[in-house]
Design a protein around this ligand. Structure first.
Ligand code: PLP
Length: 383
């Protein structure tokens, strides 16, 4: 079959009230960071995820940057995070002059390997004055920042256990996990703070945007303060800290409000797609799916699977109108992070990177497009 149109990997789905609300911003002149849609958006997200507070910001990266600051991260401190993530997770740590401790991931669910981390903490750290210090660097570990990779969720019980035992604050990098639950509790709400992204390829998009959620009033106030230039007077330009111009603008929040109205529809579509791909691709070639725990309800954001023939399949699909992408290069392999601590035994991250492939997963993908994707993958494995 000749395919003329490319089936995209993951594009926004603008099919609701987006234009009406943006028009409202333009017509009333409320286009910047003050305006009703920012607060409506925050209200909708916090009600949806079940957090007490939400602070909308420019993007997920800025949310991660500020969350670390309000939790008291200082230059030189360590932050624990998985080795398989998008580079922004790591960049946000480096913005604060802190040092990541990279943890290898599990081969089955592709999330942080907490057993490996536990072993490391037991043998390579010491506890002094309420903090856990790394023996090798003499620096404290202040924060653990798990990433809910692809909207899947790892071992939350172990995460909380380790955070308590070693007195670590938790920031969940929930950039990809809006709509994902663990034991009926929404991601982003297990730790001290959670951060979501509304980047163009996410399940819900504002073009670019992010939001911090927390149940702690003090942290919420500090995050709002820092994201809005740390201004302490309404009328006068008095600031008490180095603040940031990180507040989400009203036009983008207007898009976000319209998108939140459709979130259930987006999630249903992704879940049906996930079911279809799993049914159709099960037993095809050497394909292996990402494992999802019994207590996890993922948002099925971006369908990704493993195959030893990843590179050839990637080329084949991209040449045949099916936009596909490899997984992230493991963080320890990037020049900027190659000297940071990397906890591993068998470097599963490398294998995951060499074998994982993401295929078209937009919430607006049609059944016919899904069939075409499957057809091409089957064709490849028959060759
Ligand atoms: C895991 C992860 N962390 C952080 C980010 C950064 O979010 P943003 O692009 O909104 O800054 C993204 C997505 O882009 C992501 O996938």
């Amino acid at each position: 079959m000749k395919i003329n149109k490319i089936i995209p990997l993951s594009i926004p789905n603008i099919s609701g009230n987006e234009l009406t609300y943006v028009k409202d911003c333009l017509e009333t002149g409320w286009i910047s960071s003050a305006g009703k849609y920012v607060e409506i958006f925050e209200e909708k997200v916090k009600n949806y995820v079940g957090s007490k507070y939400a602070i909308a910001c420019m993007n997920g990266t800025s949310g991660l940057h500020v969350s670390q600051l309000v939790l008291g991260l200082n230059p030189g401190d360590h932050v624990i995070t998985p080795n398989i993530t998008f580079v922004a997770t790591l960049n946000s740590i480096k913005y604060n002059g802190a040092s990541p401790i990279l943890v290898d991931v599990n081969l089955d669910d592709w999330q942080m390997d907490y057993d490996l981390l536990e072993e490391y903490l037991e043998h390579n750290t010491f506890f002094k004055n309420g903090y856990t210090y790394v023996k090798k660097t003499g620096k404290p570990i202040k924060i653990i920042m798990p990433v809910h990779v692809l909207g899947n969720v790892g071992d939350i019980d172990k995460l909380i256990f380790l955070a308590k035992k070693y007195n670590l604050k938790i920031i969940e990098d929930s950039a990809e996990s809006l709509g994902s639950y663990h034991n009926y509790k929404h991601t982003g709400t297990f730790g001290d703070m959670g951060v979501f992204s509304f980047n163009g390829n996410k399940i819900l998009s504002t073009g670019g945007g992010g939001i911090i959620v927390t149940n702690n009033n003090d942290l919420a106030k500090k995050a709002k303060h820092l994201t809005t230039q740390a201004k302490i007077s309404k009328e006068e330009y008095i600031h008490d800290k180095i603040g940031y111009n990180y507040r989400m603008v009203n036009i983008l929040a207007a898009v976000g409000v319209a998108q939140m109205e459709q979130l259930t529809k987006f999630l249903d579509s992704k879940k049906n797609m996930d079911k279809f791909y799993r049914n159709q691709l099960s037993g095809v070639g050497d394909i292996e799916f990402q494992k999802v725990g019994d207590n996890v309800k993922p948002n099925c954001w971006l369908f990704t699977f493993r195959t030893k023939r990843m590179r050839n399949l990637l080329e084949f699909l991209n040449n045949n109108g099916i936009q596909s992408r490899p997984f992230w290069v493991p963080m320890n392999q990037l020049e900027m992070f190659k000297n940071d601590i990397y906890i591993t035994k068998s470097d599963s991250s490398s294998l995951i990177y060499e074998q994982c492939l993401s295929i078209p997963s937009s919430s607006g993908i049609t059944k016919i497009e899904q069939l075409k994707v499957v057809e091409q993958i089957k064709k490849f494995f028959l060759k």
